[in-house]
Design a protein around this ligand. Structure first.
Ligand SMILES: *Cc1c(COP(=O)(O)O)cnc(C)c1O
Length: 394
């Protein structure tokens, strides 16, 4: 037998973390890595955060799981906090990003179904998007690589150029249910939507009675300096998918919706065995405690500006390798020159200088530190990145 016990779907690297310590990971070999990847925008409180550990330990000892057939004081409490903090009136808890997007798609379709428009099923999505790996979420993304061998895809998605509102308007017809878009594309290479694009999508949705569905799985939960990135665009979505940072490392996701958007999501229409169980709710509460603490989001904005400025200075010294910095808050991307592949650079940096970042589409290196970093970590990151750029030969 040559297949590995772990299904070999990931190109796993030689770095094998076994312990976390704040913004550092520690490998099997004892080596320390500065973690500016955060498990891909997940560990927003870093590793081994006291509040998160305590919340999970205490809840695990008290009650880990009960069925959604029973009343959920834990779920009600966290949903109420999210409702109070955001555009939403109601929340469905999931265990992952893809499940949150699935719930968002189902909610958008049901909205029209119960509104007497059962033909309105099509969702307009955008090139270079990433929405997850389930059948519906790969179908939602225009990526031949993710589709290959998994056809037939789920029908009902129309692909459009990102940041092109005219093209999106031209795709609307009588069967359109809504838009699904990442305010800041993550996997696609840290591409923020333009203000004009988001404002126009909001307008088109309102004029045509379409659902504006945002995928904030990566850009939400404080990552860009506000609870959700869409707040900075001054727009009001109908439905938002959240996950990644929301559990700080515990598998948790959420689909948030307005009362109007969720009008079709009545008893029996959706469910999840684990979704919103007391242990997950305890993790979610601890994360929300941290990110809603006075000054936390201001800290994210300040550190984001600091990191961006430092990266811009650093790339000025390496114009042969780096092109530009983009993104919002602590969701930043460094675009590399075509001769230098971001994936190869990120791979080399890990063992070369002990730095963790994540490659993304469009030859971008993603910089997604825990939101609790301090200036000293930014200095260490930029110093080591500069050293890596000096030593990396491509
Ligand atoms: C990671 C991600 C997903 C999928 O999340 P999973 O938890 O892996 O299912 C969906 N959308 C976006 C924008 C993501 O970054």
């Amino acid at each position: 037998m040559s297949i590995t016990p772990l299904m070999p779907v990931y190109p796993r690297c030689d770095t094998r973390p076994v312990e976390g310590d704040g913004v550092y990971l520690i490998g099997e070999n004892g080596k320390r890595y500065l973690d500016f990847a955060s498990g891909i925008a997940v560990n927003l409180l870093g590793h081994s955060h006291d509040g998160l550990i305590k919340a999970i330990q205490e809840q695990a000892a008290k009650l880990m799981h009960v069925s959604n057939l029973y009343g959920s004081p834990q779920g009600e409490a966290l949903a109420q906090r999210l409702v109070d903090l955001t555009f939403a009136d109601t929340v469905f808890f999931t265990n992952s990003g893809a499940e949150s997007v699935e719930c968002a798609i189902k909610t958008a379709r049901r909205y029209h179904h119960v509104g007497g428009n059962p033909h309105k099923k099509d969702i307009i999505t955008f090139n270079n998007a990433f929405h997850g790996r389930t059948m519906a979420t790969i179908s939602a993304a225009n990526s031949p690589k993710m589709h290959d061998g998994f056809e037939p895809l789920l029908p009902g998605f129309k692909y459009c150029e990102f940041n092109d509102a005219d093209a999106a308007a031209a795709l609307i017809d009588d069967n359109t249910a809504g838009f699904l878009v990442e305010p800041v594309q993550g996997e696609g290479g840290i591409r923020p939507a333009t203000q004009e694009f988001m404002t126009r999508l909001e307008g088109l949705a309102a004029e045509n009675d379409l659902m504006l569905v945002l995928d904030e799985v990566q850009c939400g939960m404080g990552r860009t300096g506000t609870i959700f990135a869409h707040e900075q665009y001054g727009i009001e979505p109908d439905i938002v998918a959240s996950a990644k940072g929301i559990g700080g490392g515990f598998p948790l996701g959420a689909c948030l919706a307005t009362e109007k958007a969720a009008r079709g999501m009545v008893i029996g229409t959706h469910g999840s065995t684990y979704g919103g169980n007391p242990l997950a709710m305890a993790a979610g509460e601890a994360v929300l405690d941290a990110i809603t603490a006075p000054g936390f989001l201001d800290h994210v904005t300040a550190m984001g500006e600091r990191l961006r400025t430092s990266l811009e200075q650093m790339i000025g010294n390496h114009p042969d390798k780096f092109e530009s910095v983009r993104g919002m808050g602590l969701m930043l991307g460094v675009k590399m020159k075509p001769e230098f592949e971001s994936r190869a650079f990120v791979n080399w940096m890990r063992e070369g200088v002990g730095l963790l970042a994540v490659a993304a589409g469009d030859n971008v290196m993603r910089v997604l530190p825990p939101l609790v970093i301090e200036e000293e970590h930014i200095q260490e990151f930029v110093q080591k990145l500069s050293k890596a750029a000096d030593e990396f030969e491509g």
